[in-house]
Design a protein. Structure first.
Length: 123
């Protein structure tokens, strides 16, 4: 029961993150008469037939600006890692100007790991 509730809550939160315009529009439609009579910039000019749409446009613009700012902030906080997987030659120059490749360098490492790492013996 708790897992299902958590799953539905996460699905709902993921879907509502980018629906800020929908919530602004729904709030406008629910309170349109109050907005038109009290909050509208053009309430003293009834011949414009604004009915609160100016208020709606400013709220939608504010919601989009807020969403863009949060996207920019989240982009700043991302850490991007790059992995380079092709085989290359790593060159080390000594005072004699000899070139040692990476594979030759690895072959020169001590081979003491064979006495430590071996499969377990049965029985």
């Amino acid at each position: 029961m708790v897992k299902q509730l958590t799953a539905w809550l996460l699905i709902f939160s993921v879907l509502t993150v980018n629906c800020s315009r929908l919530f602004v529009y729904a709030g406008f439609k629910l309170n349109q008469s109050y907005i038109a009579s009290k909050l509208c910039e053009n309430r003293n000019k009834p011949w414009l037939h604004c009915n609160g749409h100016c208020y709606l446009m400013t709220k939608i613009k504010q919601a989009e600006d807020k969403q863009n700012n949060t996207e920019r902030e989240s982009q700043k906080n991302l850490v991007q890692e790059a992995y380079y997987e092709t085989q290359t030659r790593v060159k080390f120059y000594t005072c004699l100007l000899q070139v040692i490749t990476f594979q030759n360098f690895c072959n020169q490492l001590p081979k003491s790991h064979t006495s430590i790492f071996r499969p377990p013996q049965l029985g």
